[in-house]
Design a protein around this ligand. Structure first.
Ligand code: AMP
Ligand code: ZN
Length: 114
């Protein structure tokens, strides 16, 4: 883990968060600045900067993250639908350089986001 990475420290429990899921590899918590009634961040505990930094041996981990997102959406009663977003680097609007998937739902969402 990276001591100067905010999300590494959240996943390690060093910085408090509103946790909704945790296993050995994955951590999920509510976004501190939600854009919708449900706004959860799902992250690998391993420090991976973004999708651009994913390696071939991360494939199982990324697949597991998708099933965690599916299960959290079900638990949050998002049967009407939801959005999953990963921002990458500067033009992608990434502000925290630790891979995270936004799970956003609970209201009707517009597309494109702008
Ligand atoms: P991104 O812009 O894709 O890098 O998203 C980073 C997200 O992290 C933003 O939606 C922030 O609101 C959220 N965030 C930043 N700090 C915290 C924190 N301490 N706890 C929960 N969410 C946070
Ligand atoms: Zn990190």
């Amino acid at each position: 883990m990276s001591q100067d990475c905010l999300f590494c420290r959240i996943a390690a429990g060093e910085i408090p968060s509103d946790k909704v899921f945790e296993n050995e590899r994955i951590f999920a918590f509510r976004d501190i600045n939600p854009v919708a009634p449900v706004h959860i961040l799902v992250i690998p505990k391993e420090h991976i900067e973004s999708i651009a930094h994913v390696e071939d041996d991360h494939q199982a981990l990324l697949g597991e993250i998708m099933t965690v997102i599916r299960d959290l959406a079900h638990e949050e009663n998002l049967e009407k639908g939801y959005r999953v977003v990963a921002n990458i680097s500067t033009h992608g609007g990434q502000t925290v350089p630790h891979l995270h998937f936004h799970l956003i739902g609970g209201r009707s969402l517009q597309w494109p986001p702008g």
